[in-house]
Design a protein around this ligand. Sequence first.
Ligand SMILES: *Cc1c(COP(=O)(O)O)cnc(C)c1O
Length: 455
Amino acid sequence: MTSDYRNLPSVDRLLAHQEIGRLLQDYSRNSVLTLVRRSLEQARSSISNGATAPSSDQIVEGLVAQAKALWSPSPRPVINATGVVLHTNLGRAPLSNEAVEAMRQAALTYTDLELDLEDGKRGSRQAQVQQLLCQLTGAEAALVVNNNAAAVLLGLVALAEGREVIVSRGEAVEIGGGFRVPDVLRQSGATLVEVGTTNRTYARDYAAAVSDHTAAFLRVHPSNFQVTGFTHAATTPELAELGRTHGTPVLYDLGSGCLLNTERFGLSHEPTPQEAVEDGADLVFFSGDKLLGGPQAGIVVGKEKLVQQLARHPLARAVRIDKMSLAALSATLLHYVKGDVLEAVPIWRMISSTVDEIMQRADVWRDRLGADAIVVEGESTVGGGSLPGETLPTRLVALPSAHVDQLALSLRQQSPPVIGRIESGSLHLDPRTVLPEQDEPLIQAVLAASVGAFN
Ligand SMILES: *Cc1c(COP(=O)(O)O)cnc(C)c1O
């Protein structure tokens, strides 16, 4: 045992190793030293657990691998061939070139973020985006924060703390990623009053629950699931009517915030912020990086008086949007103003791709990938808490393999990594969600991965 500790190389001997010398060219001596000391610490601890001392070369190999994993920029770009357009684990919506450029400029130079260039005084960072949002949704006022979870929390804290919020039992849902309606309500200091049943809730259920303690009615888009069959939900106009009678605001968490009519693309209807406003919802909440196709952001549109209440609440400062997201959001909204969303905003280019266009790309991929690859019919999904259960017909390149898990792993280890979908013993790659400029890197990655894992 003791001799095993003595077999460990010294810090100085490790620092003199050729491979470590190479690390020292790229990273500071302090960083490398910390890593070396930590490796020796780990080696000592495994020796104390009965392991034999690792050789210098083994330690160095581990060190180099750790440095590579720890000290590479993150997150890394990956190719999304899953066919899920809004994949939360893959960062939701990729941005338009204009949005990326706007972010770059906001990051690279000083901006008039909070300066009014006319009078040289302090301005609002939100003024321009607020106007665009009002124009696009028909709302009186708008407010933008860090994400939609923050927007909903801010809305509830500002309007309902210490009072009751009435929610349909079928909408007291968990969206995923830790967002559960009952928990958010509890955090806000409001009390959840559930009405109706899981499958059927009527306006009269809300009416019966109204009391002196009622602060708001809350509607929530169920996002990731569907109740089908014998179902009923109160409509926004019904709740708005009820709200007017009782002086109770209607808050509507739409989740995705889709500004376009999804039926044009063969999908079912996704409720839009404009409709919610038109239907009389007092505040409408949605994300920037779901079907809007922009950066992470939480957007609130609705009645001026209520939006002001949110904007003035101390919590608003804590959930403030950053300048780069704001720049990207502004550029994204401008696509809607210009009317070039389907060409410019990547997720809408993907959703509006025709089967013919996808088939052409799939055929090219198959021809390049060789004998085993085939093109099959399949389905893409929108994801991101919108249009649950809805799919878009697509064509997939299927890579049959006896070791499909290994092939998937090998693809994830390429640079850039390729993420596919395993289905019935094949690895499926969906061109719909692959950016056109990634076609060639994808083909190269599959060819490289296949050498190890194909068949
Ligand atoms: C996605 C979603 C949220 C959370 O939005 P983030 O922008 O991810 O914070 C909240 N509510 C609903 C209904 C959602 O679908």
